[in-house]
Design a protein around this ligand. Structure first.
Ligand SMILES: [Zn+2]
Length: 313
């Protein structure tokens, strides 16, 4: 794999495969992917907002020419991976059944971000920043036109693209996209390359298993959901972070410690310098919810308050 710069825009990562980067890949700044075999084109994830989706669309149109874009895959239901679908309405749009259903019950309408969070909260500051930073002028939801469970294939020219459901892990309905002839996997948010992953749904054991699915495909090139292009070593790092997080949290549960203590005592060791370390709180809460289902857990807003308060510090 030739060196691929992590700069905004479309970069070829292998023959017929491109990654669209939105550095620095922080909250909501996600990657997309493009695959072209013969004269057929597939897009992986459509960006977070109207402007970014439009920029991506213009770049893909330059690759696809007059052939059009036959297929879009949304890897999961986080808005930064499908809110841009309105710029790809002329394509068929595929997602897992679980992801498509998540999109229809999205907790926050991006046009109403300024109303999110109680006064003075970190969640409110974060939501207002997002409302300013992202462009939702004229936004409307465009949902997948086809869903699948387990796995599906998309014929592209004389080749094939494989889509595997690996959730529930990061979210309820995660999928990854494999291009066998190019040795490329687009992971969605199974990989936040060189940043702390976050477990919204879990179980974490399934997130670890999803890393194993990616590794089992033995790709040359891994395009993460956020961050620069990776090799399998990047997936192994995330896997080892998640194993460490899970083992620590299970020890804390065993000892009867509350989740806050598990969070304050978690040492990510060599991953200490990854940005967004406080996402560990949300991930630890997900492990508590799975293993201690009778304990009342915090709401999403309460959990995010700690994640964001510490993220800013
Ligand atoms: Zn994302």
């Amino acid at each position: 794999m030739a060196w691929v710069p992590y700069s905004r825009g479309l970069h070829e990562v292998a023959t017929g495969c491109w990654a669209w980067f939105e550095p620095p890949g922080t909250w909501g700044l996600s990657n997309s992917g493009v695959v072209r075999i013969g004269n057929e084109t597939l897009v992986v994830d459509t960006q977070n907002d109207v402007r970014r989706a439009g920029d991506l669309r213009a770049a893909v149109d330059r690759v696809a020419g007059s052939d059009g874009i036959g297929t879009v895959v949304n890897t999961h239901d986080d808005g930064d991976h499908w809110f841009g679908n309105l710029r790809f309405e002329d394509s068929r749009i595929i997602a897992t059944t679980a992801a498509a259903s998540g999109m229809r019950s999205v907790p926050i309408d991006p046009r109403r971000l300024v109303e999110v969070g109680r006064d003075g909260s970190a969640l409110q500051r974060w939501s207002r920043w997002r409302a300013e930073f992202y462009d939702y002028e004229g936004w409307r939801p465009v949902y997948p036109t086809e869903t699948f469970d387990g796995s599906t294939t998309v014929k592209l020219g004389d080749g094939v693209v494989e889509v595997y459901e690996v959730g529930p892990a990061h979210t309820r309905g995660d999928a990854i996209v494999h291009v066998p002839e190019a040795g490329v996997v687009f992971t969605g948010d199974i990989l936040f390359h060189r940043a702390t992953p976050v477990v919204w749904a879990g179980p974490v054991s399934n997130y670890i298993a999803a890393c194993d699915v990616v590794l089992g495909l033995e790709p040359e090139v891994v395009v993460p959901g956020h961050g620069p292009v990776a090799r399998t070593s990047g997936v192994r790092e995330t896997r080892s972070y998640l194993v460490r997080l899970l083992e620590h949290t299970l020890r804390c549960i065993e000892a009867g410690a509350p989740a806050e203590v598990a969070y304050r005592t978690f040492d990510p060791a060599e991953y200490r310098l990854w940005p967004h370390a406080s996402r560990a709180y949300q991930s630890i809460r997900a492990i508590y919810a799975e293993h201690e289902p009778d304990l009342p857990g915090p709401s999403w807003a309460e959990s995010m308050e700690i994640v964001l308060e510490d993220d800013a510090s």
